[in-house]
Design a protein around this ligand. Sequence first.
Ligand SMILES: Nc1ncnc2c1ncn2[C@@H]1O[C@H](COP(=O)(O)OP(=O)(O)O)[C@@H](O)[C@H]1O
Ligand SMILES: N[C@@H](CCOP(=O)(O)O)C(=O)O
Length: 301
Amino acid sequence: MSVVSSVTVKVPATTANLGPGFDCIGAALTIYNQFQFNRLDEGLIIQVTGAEAERVQTDESNLLYQAFVKLYQYIDQPTPGVKIEIELGVPLARGLGSSATAIVGGLVAANRLAGEPLSQEQVMELAIAIEGHPDNVVPALLGGCRLAATSAKGWEICDVPWHSDVVPVVAIPDFELSTSEARRVLPTEYSRADAIFNTAHLGLLLRGLETGKREWLRAALQDKLHQPYRQALIPGYDAVNTAAVKAGAYGMVISGAGPTLLALANVSHAGAVEAAMSTAWQEAGITAVVRSLALDTHGAT
Ligand SMILES: Nc1ncnc2c1ncn2[C@@H]1O[C@H](COP(=O)(O)OP(=O)(O)O)[C@@H](O)[C@H]1O
Ligand SMILES: N[C@@H](CCOP(=O)(O)O)C(=O)O
């Protein structure tokens, strides 16, 4: 592969956990961040456009740039000067993997500018190491719905079939919740009963997503590892959950670390679920954008 001096990387948002799959499953969604990198003789310039642009760091602490630097450190080469133009489409700190887009975007761009010294698998492993868990960076890089499990040699990634009738509906509130804050409220140990509960429900979720079978999906979205502890951080959670289920959703979960709420619904109910979640949050005094999305199948391009 030839060395180039400029590259544009588009990376999808993700919804991680999907209820019982805490820290191991996630899906790429059709909302995107776009990052353009142009090599400079020296220095760093970062320009950001899009909603909340002023909230993104434009110095060396920028996460996209930090990931870019990490790849050059990994291949033991000096980091080149670079101008980065960020077009934000994924809302920040909402549980839709904005940090994953930045990590994946920075690594993929650096790898391309360096002449592709690393394989996609090596890029993925670096991304997981930076983020600390695989469930958002893996689908952001590869697209689709992905389950990640450790193996003797590193990571086994498996693509999870997703029935075309199952629609992800996201309700994105106008307040932020950082992933680190939402991880701080979690216990460090769980009971055997909770471990068994999540093992069974994740299995059910995998089969429910594959078949679109209503009864399985209705039961599958329950979780005992993270949601019970995080719900209190999301005002209006109960009301939005009740409204989504009443409108026909299979169930509702916290997207990633929250505060975005994700309902899964049959395509025939998605419109009603969207409207119900929007009204419920409005009545709870919270402004939210509610959208039916699709799975992104390409990952970072
Ligand atoms: N496009 C971006 N460029 C640089 N940093 C980003 C970008 N998007 C997100 N980040 C960083 O990631 C943080 C949000 O990460 P996190 O709390 O994990 O939430 P999320 O659920 O959106 O991933 C932001 O506050 C910012 O520091
Ligand atoms: N498993 C992680 C997922 C965080 O995803 P994000 O999209 O909120 O960054 C967690 O739940 O903490």
